[in-house]
Design a protein around this ligand. Sequence first.
Ligand SMILES: Nc1ncnc2c1ncn2[C@@H]1O[C@H](COP(=O)(O)OP(=O)(O)OP(=O)(O)O)[C@@H](O)[C@H]1O
Length: 258
Amino acid sequence: MSLFCADRLSYTVKGKPLVLEASFALEPGTLTMLVGPNGAGKTTLLRLALGLLKPDSGTATLEGSDVSKLAPVQRARKVAYLPQQRPLIWPQPVRDIVALGRFAFGAAPGKLSREDEAATARAIATCNLEGFEERAADTLSGGELSRVHLARALAAETALLVTDEPVAALDPRYQHEVLRIFSDLAREGKALLTVVHDLGLAARYADRLLWMKDGRIVAEGTPRETMTSDRLRTVFDIKARIDATDAEAISLNILGPA
Ligand SMILES: Nc1ncnc2c1ncn2[C@@H]1O[C@H](COP(=O)(O)OP(=O)(O)OP(=O)(O)O)[C@@H](O)[C@H]1O
C-alpha cells in the first residue's frame, strides 16, 4: 500500500473546475515534484490532498486513513506542510518558530519535552541555522526566513513532507542545498511532495514528476521518462532542448517561448 493515495480528486469553484480527476500515489523513499504553469491548480491539489479543502468527488488517503476524517493534530503527526504563504504574526526567535513544528506532539512555547528539543535542534542543524537560534525573525533575510520555515516543517519529523515552492526565495546555493536535504530525507525513507517552478532543479532532483495543466495531471514518471521537448511545449508553452547526459540524468536548456 502506498503511504499516500489520491484517487480522482476533483474540485470546482463557481462552475470553474480547478482540479479534475487527479490521481497519484506517494511512496516512502521518493521525492516527487509537482510541476505546471501558473494557475494550473498545483496549490489547490496540495490542499485537497492534505484535507484542507473538501473535494467535490474523489478521495485522499494517508496511511490508509481518509485525510478528511483526520483531526488536525492527527494529521499534523503524519504530514508536515510548508505552504506558499507563510505568515508570521510575532517576530519570535528562530528556535521558538522551529519548535512550533512540534505542537502536534504536545509542545507549547516554553514547554518542550526532551524529544521536542532534540527534534528542534536536528531541524535547525539540517537547515544550516546553527547560530541563528536567538535571532528574532524580523532580523532575518528572506532566504534565511525561508529556511526557518522549512526547519519548522522538518521539526515534526513526519513520514510525509509537502512543500509549496520551498526554494522560490533562495539563492542558487541554498536552492541546491535544500533540494539535497530533500533527497537525503527521501533516501532515509520519507515521502516528499514539492511544487517547484525551476524545471532544471526538477530534472536534477526529482525521483518522480507529476505534470499538471488546466487542473489535470497530464503525465507522471521519472524526469528521464517524462521531460521531453514535446511535453515542455504542450504543458508550459516553451521551446527547450533536452539532452541525456547518462543513463539517469538529463540536462535541460530552455530556449524561450514556443
Ligand atoms: N477559492 C478560489 N476561488 C476562485 N478561484 C480560485 C480559488 N482558489 C484558486 N483559484 C484559481 O484556481 C487556479 C489554480 O490556482 P492554484 O493556486 O491552485 O494554481 P497554482 O498552479 O498553484 O499556481 P501558481 O504556480 O501561480 O502558484 C487559479 O486560476 C486561481 O486563481
